[in-house]
Design a protein around this ligand. Structure first.
Ligand code: PLP
Length: 495
C-alpha cells in the first residue's frame, strides 16, 4: 500500500519501546498519581455527565499517521476519556447490574499487560494462575475439585459455555460433527420468564433457536413456577421434543429473584436433564455468611455461570463458566490442530486452556481477580455482598416510609424496584413521570438508576453492587427523588 510506504532514511530496526525509558517512567508515575486521585475523589464528582460537543468531536479524528509525544497522548485521554466515564465506579451508581472495580484489580490488569502472556495455554505461570482462580471459583460455589471451568469475558459468554456443553451432552448424536440437523429430536431448554437476554442469544448461536427456550411463568416472588415447569416438560415430551436443560436463575436481573435451586436440581435428576445455573448475579452469595442459604442447591448444578466483574468487582472483563463433568466440558470444545500440539517438555507442555471455550488467544484475566482476593481475603468479599443486601433492605424501608413512593417488587437481595406515585395517573403517565425522574437524577449527576417493567408495572430499579455505597447515599437518593418528583409535578400544574 502506497500510503504506508517505508519512510526514507530509516537505518536502525524500529521498535515500539520508548526512546527514553526514564521519560516513560516519569510519565508513568504521573499517570499512577492521577489514577489514585481519580479513585480517591470519585465521590466528589458527578456520577455521570453528558459530553459536550467538543469532547464528542474528539472521537471523529482520523487514523493518526505520524507520531505524537506520549505525554500529549495521555493528555488527550485524560481530558476526553477519563473525564466522561460511565460512572459505575461511583458510590451512587446503581444502574443495570455491574461491579464498581477496584484499584488492586487495575494494577493486576496493568501487570497482566506488562507480562503480556497469552492464556490460550502453554507452560508458564499465568496459565497456572488462571487454573488456580478457576479452582477458587469452584470452591466459592461448592463445586468439587474434579469439576472444570474457564475464565471468559463475562456472564453472557459463561452462559454460552454452559449451554453448549448441555446441548452436546443431551443432543443424542455427535452434534459437533453432524450439527443440530442430525439430532433425533429437537431439544427444549427451560427457564423462567425473567431469564437474562443472553440465553436467547445463546440458543440462537447454538442453532437451537429462540423458540427452543421455553419461558416458564413466575410466581408472585418472580421465581420460576415449578408446577408450570413440570407441565411444560410433560407437554413437550408428548409433542416429540426432548426436554434437555433447566436453567435456574440465581438472582434475576429485574428484581434479584432466586429460583428454587434445590427443587430444580432434583427435578433435573428425575427428568434426566442438564441443570445449568445462571449465577451471574447470585452465585457468589454462596460466600456471604448472612445470605448464603439463599442459593442453597447451586452446588448440585451441572454447570454454573458466574461473574467476577459483578460482585467481586474485578475490572471488566471477567466471567467464569464452571462445569461439573470435566470431560463433558473438554469434549465440547477441544480441537488440537497440528500447530497447537503439546510437547513433552518446554513451553508447549502446559495445558491448552483454549480447549475449554471458544477463544484461542486469551487475556490474563486471572491476575486482577487473584490479587484482589489475596489482598482482602474471600471473607471480606462475602461481607461486602451481605452489606449490599442489607443496604437494599434498608433502602426498601426508607421507600416504604415515604407515602409518595412505593416498592413495586419484593426485595430479595440487592435490587430494589420502586416508583414515585402520582395520584390518579394512568400507567402510561406514571412511566413518563418516573422516567423523567430517572433522567434528571442522571443528568444532574446525583445517581444512576435504570428502569424496567415488572409484572406489567414500570419502575425504577436500584441494583446495589457497589463497595463504595454508604447508607447516606440511599438517604440522598430518596430525598432527591422526592425533590425532583415534586418539581416535575409543580411545573406540570403551572403548564
Ligand atoms: C449480567 C448478567 C448476565 C450477563 O453477564 P455479562 O457479564 O454482562 O455478560 C447474564 N445473566 C444475568 C442474570 C446477569 O445479571
Amino acid at each position: 500500500m502506497d500510503n504506508f510506504r517505508k519512510p526514507e532514511n530509516v537505518t536502525a530496526d524500529e521498535t515500539l519501546d520508548p526512546p527514553d525509558w526514564a521519560d516513560i517512567e516519569a510519565l508513568s508515575h504521573r499517570i499512577v498519581e492521577d489514577a489514585v486521585g481519580y479513585l480517591k475523589d470519585v465521590r466528589d464528582r458527578p456520577v455521570w455527565r453528558e459530553m459536550p460537543a467538543e469532547a464528542r468531536a474528539f472521537f471523529g479524528a482520523p487514523l493518526p499517521r505520524s507520531p505524537a509525544p506520549i505525554a500529549d497522548v495521555y493528555g488527550e485521554v485524560s481530558r476526553n476519556v477519563m473525564a466522561y466515564p460511565m460512572g459505575n465506579i461511583h458510590p451512587r451508581f446503581w444502574a443495570w447490574y455491574m461491579g464498581s472495580s477496584n484499584f488492586t484489580g487495575a494494577l493486576g490488569d496493568f501487570l497482566a499487560a506488562i507480562q503480556g502472556s497469552n492464556l490460550g495455554g502453554g507452560n508458564h505461570a499465568a496459565g497456572l494462575m488462571d487454573g488456580q482462580v478457576v479452582n477458587w471459583c469452584k470452591e466459592m460455589v461448592g463445586f468439587p475439585a474434579s469439576a472444570s471451568g474457564t475464565l471468559v469475558s463475562g456472564g453472557s459468554m459463561a452462559n454460552i459455555i454452559g449451554l453448549t456443553v448441555a446441548r452436546n451432552a443431551k443432543a443424542g448424536v455427535d452434534v459437533r460433527e453432524r450439527g443440530v440437523g442430525a439430532m433425533p429430536k429437537p431439544l427444549r431448554f427451560y427457564a423462567s420468564d425473567q431469564v437474562h437476554s443472553c440465553h436467547r442469544k445463546a440458543m440462537e448461536a447454538l442453532g437451537l433457536g429462540n423458540r427452543a427456550l421455553r419461558r416458564v411463568p413466575t410466581d408472585a416472588a418472580l421465581r420460576i413456577d415449578i408446577g408450570a415447569l413440570k407441565a411444560a416438560i410433560v407437554e413437550d415430551r408428548e409433542a416429540g421434543f426432548k426436554p434437555a436443560c433447566i436453567i435456574g436463575t440465581a438472582g434475576t436481573v429485574n428484581t434479584g429473584a432466586i429460583d428454587d435451586l434445590q427443587t430444580l436440581g432434583a427435578l433435573a435428576v428425575v427428568e434426566d436433564m442438564w441443570f445449568h445455573v445462571d449465577g451471574c448475579i447470585g452465585a457468589l452469595i454462596a460466600i456471604a455468611p448472612m445470605n448464603a442459604s439463599l442459593v442453597a442447591g447451586i452446588e448440585q448444578a451441572h454447570s454454573i455461570a458466574l461473574d467476577p466483574h459483578k460482585w467481586l468487582h474485578a475490572p471488566f472483563e471477567a466471567g467464569c463458566a464452571l462445569v461439573r463433568d470435566a470431560s463433558a466440558h473438554r469434549n465440547a470444545f477441544a480441537v488440537t490442530p497440528e500447530y497447537l500440539e503439546s510437547t513433552p517438555r518446554g513451553l508447549a507442555s502446559g495445558q491448552w486452556l483454549h480447549d475449554y471455550g471458544l477463544q484461542t488467544s486469551r487475556g490474563f484475566r486471572a491476575l486482577k481477580i487473584w490479587m484482589a482476593l489475596k489482598e482482602h481475603g474471600v471473607e471480606k468479599f462475602g461481607r461486602l455482598i451481605d452489606q449490599n443486601i442489607a443496604q437494599a433492605t434498608y433502602l426498601t424501608r426508607l421507600i416504604e416510609a415515604e407515602p409518595a413512593l412505593e416498592v413495586t417488587a419484593p426485595t430479595t437481595i440487592n435490587i430494589v424496584c420502586f416508583r414515585h406515585r402520582l395520584d390518579g395517573a394512568s400507567e402510561e403517565s406514571l412511566k413518563e413521570f418516573n422516567t423523567e425522574i430517572m433522567l434528571r437524577l442522571q443528568e444532574e449527576g446525583i445517581a444512576a438508576l435504570s428502569d424496567t417493567t415488572v409484572q406489567g408495572r414500570h419502575c425504577l430499579r436500584v441494583a446495589i453492587t457497589n463497595h463504595r455505597t454508604r447508607r447516606d447515599d440511599l438517604h440522598l437518593l430518596v430525598r432527591e427523588t422526592l425533590r425532583i418528583g415534586n418539581e416535575i409535578a409543580v411545573s406540570a400544574r403551572q403548564d
